[in-house]
Design a protein around this ligand. Sequence first.
Ligand SMILES: Nc1ncnc2c1ncn2[C@@H]1O[C@H](COP(=O)(O)OP(=O)(O)OP(=O)(O)O)[C@@H](O)[C@H]1O
Ligand code: NI
Length: 375
Amino acid sequence: MSTSVSSGEDLPPGGPLTAWSPGAAGPSPGGDPSADGPVPDGDSPVDGPAAAGGSPAGGPAAAGGNRLRVEGLTVSFRLPGATVRAVTDVSFEVRPGRCLALVGESGCGKSVLAHALLGLLPGNAEVAGRARLEHADGPLELLGAPEAVLARRVRGRAVGLIPQSPATHLTPVRTARAQLEEALRELGHARSRERADELALRQGLHPADLDRYPHELSGGMAQRVANAMALAGDPWLILADEPTGGLDRPLVDRAMAALRGLCDEGRAVLLITHDLRAAERVADDLAVMYAGRLVETGPAGRVLDRPRHPYAAGLVNARPDRAFVPIPGMPPELTRLPDGCAFAPRCPSADGACTAPPPLADGVACHHPLEDDRA
Ligand SMILES: Nc1ncnc2c1ncn2[C@@H]1O[C@H](COP(=O)(O)OP(=O)(O)OP(=O)(O)O)[C@@H](O)[C@H]1O
Ligand code: NI
């Protein structure tokens, strides 16, 4: 990835180089007495606090000063003859104990944003803005940080990623255990087998489940393995990119409860989803993204009950458990974004004013925000 931002600040040496994923596994599992036998399909519930993760003394719950502050994040991809403006001028903050849900339709830039934070964008990406990670090791500017720094200090250590499709994220030719133990070893963990078992139990998996190949895992089990990988390094920030794709509603609900548990034990969660119902279950704060920009931000309950941006209102009305009325029209091509409001062509409130770009002011980027009594 080439970037137009300055590189990170001076960095102390970290632990061993790792590929994506886990650092030293911190917590011992509180054990999970309900998982004392094989879990045949992995989707049978093994609930309780263990499913949420568990936090070590001195772990994320103790790290009160941690936060991620993103300012003006902008990502574009250069293609022959075109530029994809995937993310434009996005700012937000995530803190321990809170879950921010980033919601928006497919293709609006959610995953690109997440990958930008972790230095996982391809070489044709251009990135601008700031993303400052403040935590125990001191502040770190993520955008433009050297790959070695991101691998050593960020991915899997400060920030755990729960990927968009857990099953395909795992290498198909190796067991879940081989992958989890390798990640633990790379992060310097000597007793990787025992740690892997502990992490599995905390996710409600039987250790024997780790000996399966990815194609032998049900959706729910793959999800739990992904959670175990994400938590192995005891990160204070969890980045969950559409973690419930392909899961049925009970599994979605349980995954959301687990994410909420991670917040409640003092981690920060950035949840990326287009499932508003899932977001409602877990999020403290909501950021609504449209065509690469945040169009509304605020407390999740308020935004979902009384959206002020016409797009946010449209998303709420499109919920299957609400009016189930789709937003007419299609999002714009990110190679041909209009100068003004990108939602105007689909917006019932649009008028001449909307040819000028609306700034995000007071949590809403709209020239004609809905009033509380109209939403
Ligand atoms: N390497 C790339 N080169 C060019 N365009 C890209 C590249 N990666 C992503 N894009 C484009 O960036 C836009 C945003 O993609 P992104 O994956 O972030 O969407 P998303 O909001 O995560 O959608 P979904 O909900 O479907 O996962 C899309 O138009 C996508 O085609
Ligand atoms: Ni995505």
